[in-house]
Design a protein around this ligand. Structure first.
Ligand code: G4P
Length: 306
């Protein structure tokens, strides 16, 4: 029985998923995740800070132990926006190699979009029409257009929640000017995306990662929907209202909003505005959260190449 491990070194969190191949299908045997904010200083100074390097390495060492315990035959580790941008990214990954033996690949935004699409679609048996996939991560935002489960177009924009917070939102709560500047930047990037992504005849919008999870959960609370409802569509109107409401709060108050976790509250204002503007820009009615993502795309590809 083959066992695969996928590791995603993101700008906000590091994630591990280990799966066993049982009758040509993947069965997840272990998952782990740690917020290490690798992108935290990168988007401001161009360098990964010693603190986030240490936090990331400590998470990766824990992942390494799990990979050994589960006897993974193949490991693929990828890094995204923070490592793409950091001047000391390669030095950090050399350190990771010394500690774990893993050759971490720095993947492009387009490859990231492709793998997310693959991961999401591996768990969408009933989805057949045209879909938009949105992933707002820590450093970048991938938008993909999918038709009958085939990827037609992907764009990767510098609209990650950690990046935008570092770049624009210096005050807590943010000032009107900070928000206005950030919104202007988001609009400019979305106009670029609209040249490639034509959101016509869309039957479903699927969003992945922590920002989407938090907004979907907060929307469920507003509408008194049970938290376990998987097929829930978070309406654009809720996202817009949440973005406005969270903007007026300081971090402490935001972390008390139902659905928003304590670390998420630090970056949710930026993430919520990306979703609000994106849904508005493409005239989308809302999104459904999927807990699949990059790691699942890696595992699905490993299975296909077996
Ligand atoms: P990110 O770095 O790309 O922003 O995502 P991150 O890994 O932090 O988040 C993805 C996972 O964490 C998802 O769970 C999501 O449900 C959860 N999550 C993160 N932040 C929040 C939040 O503020 N509120 C809520 N409700 N959920 C959040 P998962 O991958 O399915 O794993 P698990 O942690 O649920 O087991």
């Amino acid at each position: 029985m083959q066992t695969f491990a996928a590791i995603d070194i993101g700008s906000n969190s590091c994630r591990l998923k280990i799966a066993r191949v049982v009758q040509h299908r993947l069965r997840v045997v272990h998952e782990d995740r740690e917020v290490t904010r690798l992108g935290g200083s990168v988007f401001e100074t161009g360098l990964v800070s010693p603190e986030s390097m240490a936090a990331t390495l400590s998470a990766l060492k824990r992942f390494y132990k799990a990979v050994q315990i589960h006897g993974a035959d193949q490991v693929r580790a990828v890094a995204t926006a923070a490592m793409r941008d950091a001047r000391n990214g390669r030095a950090f990954l050399a350190w990771v190699r010394d500690e774990t033996g893993w050759d971490v690949e720095i993947i492009s935004g387009l490859e990231e979009g492709r793998l997310i699409h693959r991961g999401v679609m591996s768990n969408e048996p009933g989805t057949s029409g045209r879909c938009i996939l949105i992933d707002v991560g820590g450093g970048s935002c991938e938008i993909s257009l999918s038709d009958r489960k085939r990827i037609r177009e992907t764009v990767s924009l510098p609209l990650g929640a950690v990046r935008l917070t570092e770049e624009f939102l210096k005050t807590d709560p943010p000032t009107k000017e900070e928000i206005a500047r950030m919104k202007q930047f988001i609009s400019r990037e979305l106009r670029k995306a609209a040249r490639r992504i034509h959101a016509e005849r869309i039957s479903l919008v699927i969003a992945t990662s922590g920002t989407a999870a938090a907004l979907s959960e907060a929307s469920k609370v507003i509408n008194r929907v049970r938290p376990t409802k998987k097929e829930y569509i978070a309406p654009s109107q809720d996202v817009r209202r949440l973005a406005d409401k969270l903007t007026k709060m300081n971090n402490e108050t935001r972390s008390g909003v139902a659905g928003i976790g304590p670390r998420r509250s630090e970056i949710i204002v930026a993430g919520a505005h990306v979703y609000a503007q994106l849904l508005d820009h493409f005239s989308l009615p809302g999104f459904r959260y999927s807990d699949m993502g990059l790691r699942d795309g890696i595992l699905s590809q490993m299975l296909a190449e077996q």
